[in-house]
Design a protein around this ligand. Structure first.
Ligand code: NDP
Ligand code: MG
Length: 369
């Protein structure tokens, strides 16, 4: 029996992870469930799944109710027992870098959906995981597919180009209004996800974050990673080898596949290949200005630029979700701030250690928008 913990259990990745656990209960001992502040949902999960422990990351929300076993984050994340076999990290946002740095100390395998951590932590995070004998398994569908192929077929040196395939989001074929409402923005045609990633999918910021993540994870040539659109999300990535062979990697658009495969348990999702119609198209750089900005950061700047994009984009998405800016301002302001000399200079810097990373995150948090 393998030990399992799910961090961010109340979110969309957390839900998928719990579905996998439910189907394979005999194979896992569920030792932690963890949410940020959603006590109501966590309480339901505690009742249904009976984890050994459950905790909230927001200390202030821990209730006095003695029937609820909610633990303080320092207790839960401290390395005090045998390493956990599998930890699934489905926390959202760049703030989870600190949580994931703690999780690598207590996990044998960290299944990580959070692209913001890979981008902001960049090589420091990956090296830190290595030092702590923690195997990082990306479960974002594109990166899961790439990781699987690159590792199992030993093709790292043969790769010429990589395409990350996007669904195109809700506005692929619709006009975008500057003051588009949240409901339209987050109604994604093929995936059901948390609010932040859904907004990012609609502006293509999500795909840009994924380009940054792929470059860092797989040490890819920054000029050879591209975005392609396939509306139905059946194809997740395409690898082109130097010998001109192309590997399109397909699976049903369901996060359970990446999660259960990474946990080494079976799942069954058959694609109706005989009915499959696949059309690829290039993204429209005029309609989605964030793509052009993202390519510029990827090709001309260092990982510091990707970090700043991540932090500033998240701030703008949060402002939009709180009703403080218009939808159109997310792209508009993001593109505008990346014209500032200071930001461009900082984007060219190398991130050598955690201090550099934290200082740059702080700069991004405090930048006047
Ligand atoms: P959700 O918003 O649905 O869930 C986020 C989870 O993280 C919740 O459990 C939430 O707790 C917790 N959380 C939120 N903020 C914090 C915080 N500051 N500190 C600690 N915990 C926090 O997000 P998703 O599940 O959609 O996405 C999670 C991550 O996975 C993102 O980085 C996303 O980009 C990535 N991802 C998601 C996919 C998907 O299909 N959803 C696909 C690929 C990648 P609470 O409920 O208490 O607020
Ligand atoms: Mg993805």
């Amino acid at each position: 029996m393998k030990t399992l913990a799910i961090i961010g259990s109340t979110g969309s990745i957390g839900n998928s992870a719990l579905k996998v656990y439910k189907n394979h209960k005999k194979k896992f001992k569920l030792i932690y469930l963890c949410a940020n502040s959603n006590i109501a949902k966590l309480s339901k999960q505690i009742k249904e799944f009976k984890p050994q422990n459950a905790f909230l990351l927001d200390d202030k929300k821990i209730p006095k109710n003695k029937n609820l076993k909610l633990l303080n984050k320092n207790y839960a994340l401290r390395y005090k027992q045998k390493k956990i076999d599998y930890v699934i990290s489905g926390v959202s946002g760049y703030d989870s870098l600190n949580i994931n740095l703690k999780l690598v100390r207590i996990s044998k395998n960290l299944l990580i959906a959070n692209k913001e951590t890979i981008i902001c932590g960049s090589n420091y995070f990956l090296d830190y995981a290595k030092k702590n004998n923690c195997n990082i398994i990306p479960i974002d569908s594109e990166h899961y597919c790439l990781n699987f192929f690159i590792k199992n077929f030993n093709i790292q040196n043969l790769i010429d180009e990589v395409y990350l395939v996007a669904s195109g989001g809700p506005f692929l074929e619709k006009k975008i209004r500057y003051n588009e409402n949240v409901k339209n923005v987050i109604s994604h045609p093929t995936w059901k996800m948390g609010k932040k990633i859904s907004v990012d999918s609609s502006t293509f910021a999500n795909k840009i974050l994924e380009l940054f993540e792929a470059k860092i994870l797989f040490k890819l040539n920054k000029n050879k990673i591209k975005i392609l659109i396939e509306k139905k999300s059946n194809v997740h990535a395409i690898i082109k080898l130097k010998n001109n062979l192309y590997f399109p990697i397909m699976h049903k658009p369901n996060m359970i596949i990446a999660i259960s495969n990474s946990l080494n348990v079976t799942n069954y999702f058959k694609m109706q290949l005989e009915n499959l119609k696949i059309f690829f198209k290039e993204p429209d750089l005029k309609k989605f200005p964030i793509i052009k900005l993202g390519y510029k950061i990827l090709r001309n700047y260092n990982n510091a630029g990707a970090l700043l994009f991540t932090v500033i984009n998240q701030r703008l998405v949060e402002l939009y979700l709180k009703g403080k800016i218009n939808y159109g301002e997310i792209s508009h302001i993001l593109v505008k701030v990346f014209k500032q000399k200071k930001l461009i200079n900082l984007s060219r810097k190398k991130l050598n250690n955690l201090n550099d990373i934290n200082r740059l995150i702080e700069f991004g948090q405090e930048l006047k928008l």
